[in-house]
Design a protein around this ligand. Structure first.
Ligand SMILES: [Zn+2]
Length: 67
């Protein structure tokens, strides 16, 4: 049932890590053990690393404040 196949080498030896950015955007990270190809998905769409870093950088500035 694993549809996880590396788009580069076709190996099924792929790991998947799901993350949620501070912006609450769910991002899925995939990494191939065979060729070390890495790729990302957000909302079911492939995105590149630059976009991921942009999302990660866009963290809200306000630190948790308690009142
Ligand atoms: Zn691969």
């Amino acid at each position: 049932m694993s549809a996880l196949v590396c788009p580069k080498c076709g190996s099924a030896n792929v790991i998947n890590i799901n993350m949620t950015m501070e912006t609450e955007a769910p991002v899925a990270f995939y990494s191939c053990h065979s060729c070390e190809h890495r790729w990302w998905f957000k909302d079911g769409e492939p995105i590149d690393l630059g976009e991921v870093l942009t999302l990660a950088k866009r963290m809200p500035r306000r630190s948790a404040r308690r009142s």
